[in-house]
Structures are given as C-alpha cells and as structure tokens.
Write a protein that binds this ligand. Structure first.
Ligand code: PRP
Length: 210
C-alpha cells in the first residue's frame, strides 16, 4: 500500500485527477463527505487530505510515502525528502511587492511582511540586505497598506490581489509549481511502486501537454 498525502483544496483535487488518469483511482474520494482517508486496496493506494503546508511534514516523517507539495512550501521548510516530479500545475511565482510609489532606501532596514520568512531571508541575504521580518499568516497585502511593512514577499498568481489593493510586484524571486515528493526511506523500500506511480503520472502529464 502506498500512502499519498494530497493538499486539501483545488490543487489537490486537480492532482488527484492525474493519479486517477494514471490508474490509481479511488472513487470514494469524489463523494461528498468530511472523510479524510480514502483507500483502494485493489490498486494499492491510500489517499489523505492534509493542509497544503503539512504535506511535507507527513512525507518527511514517513506517515505518507509520497505527496503533492508546492515548491513554495518545499523552499520554506527545506524538508529532508526527495522531489521526484514537477506536475506543472498550481503555477505561480514568489515575488516582492510594494505600494506603487514605494521607493527603496538601501541605507534603511527593510521591513518585510511574509508567510515565508525563510524564503524572504534567503533572498535578501544573497543581496546582503538588512531586513526585519514580520511573520504573518494571511492577507499579507494589508501590511504595506497599513504601514506595518515596506514590502511583502508573497505568492502572485494572477496579480489580481496586488492590483486590487494598489500594490505591484517589484521583483520576482522564484517560480512555483506543484511537485511530487517522496519520503527517503519509502523511496528505498517501496522503490518499484513509487517509480511505477511516478512514470505513469509523467505519462499522463506528457499526454496533457501535447
Ligand atoms: C495567495 C497569496 C495572494 C493571492 C495571490 O493567497 O497570498 O494573496 O493568493 O493570488 P492572485 O495573484 O491570483 O491574486 P491565498 O489565497 O493563499 O490566501 P492567504 O495568503 O491570504 O491565506
């Protein structure tokens, strides 16, 4: 049995669709319910819905053999796991954004509001820039508007949230998409099964991108 952690939400449902097409279906998962675990013993898969940022925790500790995690979460938490495949979905980017009229003064400490303190720190460290991280858990766009921060480091997908709050992207940090990740021990001991899943997913994705 391969245990698969899927991120709860739209991305997870889309990712499950790829598993389904690859032959790892589990019809009960599509039924309306509050259940979190779904199993299809015939094809040897057990899925569970977890909070997107928790997928890497389940996979790193081996509660899940594989999972679908955003590259943002992987970069932020640096879990000790394998990244096997880029699913090419959930595409967005990590960017620095600020008020349109924001003028950076390099002689001042930059106040950075973000849900991703490690990504922000890594980015500004490379520029030897002194920053003050303000860790928030959501609605990051509010921070520069209320003068809580100078800039934000956040996910930009369509850019609509920034635009509607009179902010604009200033620098791109990294491209983000969903990745198939694996627990290191599972990858060794369930290698054939995990490789089989990986290859079949790759095939479905290749067909879609044709
Ligand atoms: C993310 C991100 C932005 C928004 C970007 O928020 O933090 O707020 O999506 O998308 P857009 O460029 O298409 O407008 P999310 O929905 O994850 O909510 P939260 O960060 O406020 O929790």
């Amino acid at each position: 049995m391969i245990n698969i952690a899927l991120p709860k939400g739209r991305l997870g449902e889309k990712a499950y669709g790829i598993f389904e097409e690859a032959g790892f279906e589990c019809p009960s998962i599509r039924e309306e319910s509050r259940k979190l675990i779904f199993e299809n013993a015939e094809v040897g898969v057990r899925y569970f819905w977890v909070k997107p940022s928790d997928v890497v925790v389940y996979v790193e500790r081996g509660a899940a053999d594989i999972g679908i995690a955003g590259k943002d979460i992987i970069l932020e938490y640096k879990p000790d796991i394998y990244e096997l495949l880029d699913l090419g979905m959930g595409k967005c980017r990590m960017a620095v954004a600020a008020k349109k009229d924001f003028c950076d003064r390099r002689d001042r400490t930059l106040r950075v509001a973000t849900k991703f303190p490690n990504i922000a720190r890594d980015y500004y460290n490379k520029q030897s820039r002194e920053i003050d991280i303000i860790k928030l858990n959501g609605s990051i766009e509010l921070a520069p508007i209320l003068e809580l921060s100078d800039v934000i480091v956040d996910i930009v997908e369509t850019g609509k949230t920034l635009y509607e709050n009179d902010l604009e992207p200033k620098q791109d940090i990294v491209d983000i998409s969903a990745r198939l990740v694996a627990n290191k021990v599972s990858h060794k001991f369930k290698n054939a099964e995990i490789n089989d899943i990986c290859k079949k997913l790759e095939k479905v994705l290749a067909q879609k991108n044709k």
